[in-house]
Ligand binder design. Structure first.
Ligand SMILES: Cc1ncc(COP(=O)(O)O)c(C=O)c1O
Length: 441
């Protein structure tokens, strides 16, 4: 059957009439998808179906927000039970307690929880909490880490021309948007990742001023870049030594890498953690959680955090169903890790056999293919300089034609879910082979 996306093209023309760039986020529009994006008709398990009737194995999984896959029967059941009881009460409910209890059981550093709707909101609130609790104005953010689109964080978060980055001892702060409150960025201290001396220097320069160090425990918005072996433990120690709070942003890694998130995998004990994506199992649920003494600073009269939609009533039904499943036994983690390893091993083999200059970086269920001459990419600077993002975009578009869906942005990553099967892996490896031939020729 010939691959055609005519209906998507027509819908995009219509969408452009009423939606900016035909959609609701730049990452869903021409910036990533070229002439027009593929319009999705439905998702089922590990698959997406577009409006032209094309079927794809989906490794994007709602940017990692679908740990059980699309329309998982447990989630659909939970929504069917929850929705008829009222979709919003904006008042206290028992479900909220149950989900908070599940989070505290699974994540040892979580003693108290506050719900939000998105990772961006939770990160905004967490940084305000850290400032309010410590009475210090600044925070450290690492180059290439993404914590949502709030002003304070929106700096050195996208790939840029390597010559614009400045020296690694004093990175040039690159704002990612017009309209930012530039004064907010004055209190954001930007430091290269996986570089302990650079962090030590920054802490020395701003001693007594830094409320928190915030990090993604595994960089997931610059492909997949894991921390070096002892790095995160050392970061935690440096924070402790200076009375600085450690905020681990587990929006991507939470309930994904291990039941207790990447902090469990790397043996960390952060002061505050941020959760989103997988937590809602497809619905907008986010949370930040941490040490009771710190979290208590959110009490009335202290650090303000509001939200009509906080602790989404329907979303928490989905969260509860997912966390119960994730906490039940190891099946979810075993399955997603095994498939992740099968896929990354298989792709590496294809790259070898076809003589393609590319690597796969991965931790368990998260992986990214990087077209680079390097054996490994360690940080943002290497990513900006050595990863061919345009080639990845062409590769992703070729994959679409061969029935595989992932984000065309080289700076994002793919993820396995409970719904994927070994057959999906085999199908994908075959598609990867074909897509590589397409882009290399
Ligand atoms: C690590 C991290 N933090 C925060 C966010 C923001 O989450 P949201 O898109 O739900 O606002 C993201 C989104 O990709 C993320 O990857």
């Amino acid at each position: 059957m010939n691959y055609s996306t005519e209906k998507s093209r027509d819908l995009f023309q219509r969408a452009e009439g009423v939606l900016v760039e035909g959609g609701s986020s730049p990452s869903r529009g021409p910036a990533n998808y070229g002439d027009y994006p593929i319009f999705i008709e439905r998702g089922e398990g590990g698959h997406l179906y577009d409006v032209d009737g094309n079927k794809y194995v989906d490794w994007m999984m709602g940017y990692g927000a679908l740990p059980l896959g699309h329309a998982h029967p447990r989630i659909v059941h939970a929504l069917n039970v929850g929705a008829p009881r009222g979709t919003l009460v904006a008042a206290a409910t028992e479900t909220e307690i149950q989900v908070a209890e599940l989070i505290c059981q699974l994540v040892p550093s979580a003693e108290k929880v506050r719900f939000a709707n998105t990772g961006t909101e939770a990160a905004m609130a967490a940084i305000r909490l850290a400032r309010g609790y410590s009475g210090r104005p600044k925070f450290v953010k690492f180059e290439g880490h993404y914590h949502g689109w709030h002003d304070d964080f929106l700096v050195n978060a996208h790939p840029h021309d390597p010559v614009s980055l400045g020296h690694r001892n004093d990175p040039i702060k690159i704002a990612e948007s017009s309209g930012l409150n530039r004064r907010a960025l004055e209190d954001t201290v930007v430091v290269p990742w996986n570089d302990l001396p650079a962090l030590e220097r920054a802490l020395e320069t701003h001693r007594g001023q830094i409320a928190a160090i915030i990090c993604e425990p595994i960089m997931a918005n610059m492909g997949v870049i894991p921390p070096e072996r002892t790095y995160l433990g050392a970061v935690q120690q440096l924070a402790r030594d200076d009375g600085i709070l450690l905020i681990v942003d587990e929006t991507v890694t939470g309930f994904r890498i291990a039941p207790g998130g990447a902090q469990q995998y790397y043996n960390l004990d952060p002061d505050i953690s941020i959760f989103g994506k997988a937590l809602g199992a497809g619905l907008p649920v986010a949370a930040f959680a941490g040490k009771a003494e710190i979290m208590e600073a959110l009490a009335w009269g202290g650090v303000l955090h509001y939200g009509t939609q906080n602790a989404s009533r329907v979303g928490l039904y989905a969260s509860r169903a997912f966390l119960r499943e994730a906490g039940e036994d190891d099946d979810f983690f075993r399955h997603t890790w095994t498939l992740g390893e099968m896929l990354t091993d298989g792709i590496r083999e294809v790259l070898k056999v076809t003589g393609t200059e590319a690597i796969v970086q991965a931790v368990g269920p998260m992986f990214q293919i990087m077209f680079t001459e390097r054996d490994e990419i360690h940080d943002y600077r290497e990513f900006c300089e050595h990863v061919d993002r345009e080639k990845f975009r062409r590769f992703a578009h070729a994959l679409f034609r061969h029935g595989v869906y992932l984000s065309p942005s080289a700076a994002l990553h793919s993820v396995t879910s409970a719904a994927h099967t070994e057959a999906d892996v085999s199908f994908t490896l075959d598609a990867v082979k074909k897509a590589i031939l397409d882009v290399e020729n």
